[in-house]
Structures are given as structure tokens and as C-alpha cells.
Ligand binder design. Sequence first.
Ligand SMILES: Nc1ncnc2c1ncn2[C@@H]1O[C@H](COP(=O)(O)OP(=O)(O)OP(=O)(O)O)[C@@H](O)[C@H]1O
Ligand SMILES: [Mg+2]
Length: 311
Amino acid sequence: MIYTVTLSPTLDYVVSVDHFQTGAINRTQSEDVFPGGKGVNVSLVLNDLGYLTTAMGFIAGFTGAEIKRLLRVGGVEGNFIQVERGMSRINMKIRSDAETAINGQGPEITQEDIGTLFSRLRFLIDGDTIVLAGHIPPSLPSDMYEQILEFLKGRRLRVIVDAEKELLTGTLKYHPWLIKPNADELGDIFGVRIHSREEAVPYAAKLQNMGARNVLVSLGGDGAVLLTEQGEIFSSDALKGKVVNTVGAGDSMIAGFLAGYLDSDGDYEMAFKEGLCAGAAKAFNLTMTTKKEICYLMRTTSFDIQRKQKD
Ligand SMILES: Nc1ncnc2c1ncn2[C@@H]1O[C@H](COP(=O)(O)OP(=O)(O)OP(=O)(O)O)[C@@H](O)[C@H]1O
Ligand SMILES: [Mg+2]
């Protein structure tokens, strides 16, 4: 089974407004509601690609109930812990001349709620995959991902971590199967700026030395580079197309990478290709990535992947 953990999932309320003004009444031209959060996004894309996942995390209030309902509509089974105080976040995005976002805080999560999460994680078994993705809400300990991996130590799991700074580096001693920093996140870890795939390679290699098995660095419209546990480096430009909305391209890439890996019985080049297509499929669409779009890109793209052995 594939488990995704989104500690504070959201309801994304996306509206478009002509010439949005502060201090005035604005009327919407369109409005949509989507379930959101990084692990939730990974679950939705994987589900569309034919992989069942269980989405875990904490929810509360009527917004929490709606997140769960919308995920079920999207085919994703939730195993969320219902917490008592507060409500799941609403993240509001206003599309106008410029884009404005207002992100909610999320519910108050207690020590007891954390205990419930661990009691549910007990059921993970060898061969399962767990995706830990996104920020840690303020009411949770900042080393939450480390605590989860410490708890799961000894099980042969495929662990994927998508997080920033110490939240990511703290998990490396548990040898995650995949980490996917973008160029800014990779640069932030080492206090440098990364401008190209070539520049990313030595820093990705450092993360491998610190414990990560496979490191996928995404550079938005500049493509991605993958350092595998077999000592290979794959590098590629991004796919070409009309870019509409790149938010969530990284989450989509993770789902595509995992599906490509599982579909091909462990071929990293196939995983890399499907990751590139899934990332692009998100960038080329306003809302969700779909299997239809990913398959179309997989079929019609003539990939130009540079492949070499790590020195
Ligand atoms: N403009 C684009 N054109 C084509 N492909 C893109 C574009 N932006 C992103 N992608 C694809 O998606 C992958 C992931 O994108 P990106 O590096 O923006 O992830 P991210 O910063 O983690 O995003 P997020 O955190 O919002 O999910 C890229 O490596 C690329 O393959
Ligand atoms: Mg990201």
C-alpha cells in the first residue's frame, strides 16, 4: 500500500476576480474548491494513475469533512485523524492581475492526536511506501518527520520525503528512498544559489552522502536531474508546452516518478521520464494533473535524457 501523510491538508478555494482591489467589494468571475496539501496532491495523481493510496493526516471541522468527501470523490481513501479544536485550513487563491493567496492556520493538534497517528502507522508493513510531504503545522513538533521515521525504523519501507531545510536533512539518517528538493530548497540547505542542473549535481551528491538513496532535483521550467542509488545521473530539460499553472508540479512529479518506477519494475530512467511528464502535465493545466495528459506526454515526447555515471 502507498500511504501519503499530509499533516495539515487544506481546502483550496480558488477564485478569479477582474482587477482585484483591496478595501473594496470584489465579485468573483469563477470559483472552485479543491482538496489540497502536498501529500493529498500526490495521492490524487497516483489514484488517477491507477495506484491506490491511503491519505493520512489531521483534519477538523466542516472543512475537514469536506476535504475527506472531495478526496473520496477523487477516489482517494482517507485515514484521517479527526481533531477536536479548530478547523482544517482554507487556502484562498485570488487570480487577478496578480495572484494573491491567503492561507489558513489549521486546527490545534494535541499530543494525544499525535499518539493516534502513531497507532495507525503501526499497520505499515514491509514493501509499503510512505510519502511525507509539506510543512509541519505550528502545533506539531518541528522534527515530526524524524519521529515518524524513528517509529517506523526496521521496516523495509519505500520512504519519500518532500520538505525543506532541517525538516528534510533530519530524515536523511533514515535513508529515504527518494527526496525531491527543488533548486531553491537544495540551495537553501547549503547556503548557495543553484542556477542549473550541472550546479545541482554536487549538492545532490552531498545529500546522497548524508543518507538519501535517490535524489531528484527539480528546476521548474529548466527540467530536472536525478542521482540514483546505482550511481547514475540522469538529466533532462523540461518538456515544452503552454505553461498555465506550475503550483503542485513537484507533487505531481513525485507521483509520476513513483508510478513510473512501479510500472517498470524498478527502472529509474522510466521513473524519471514519467516524473518529467507528470510535472509538465501539471504545469500545462490549471487544476489537476490527469492520467490522460501524462500518458499523452509519455507517448508523444521524444525525450533527450543525458545519462552518465557518477565520478
Ligand atoms: N514551466 C514548466 N514547463 C515544463 N515542465 C515544468 C514546468 N514547471 C515544472 N515543470 C516540471 O515539473 C517538475 C517539478 O516542478 P518544480 O521544480 O516547479 O517543482 P516544485 O518547486 O517542487 O513545485 P511545488 O512545490 O509547487 O509542487 C520540473 O522538474 C519539470 O519537469
Ligand atoms: Mg515542491
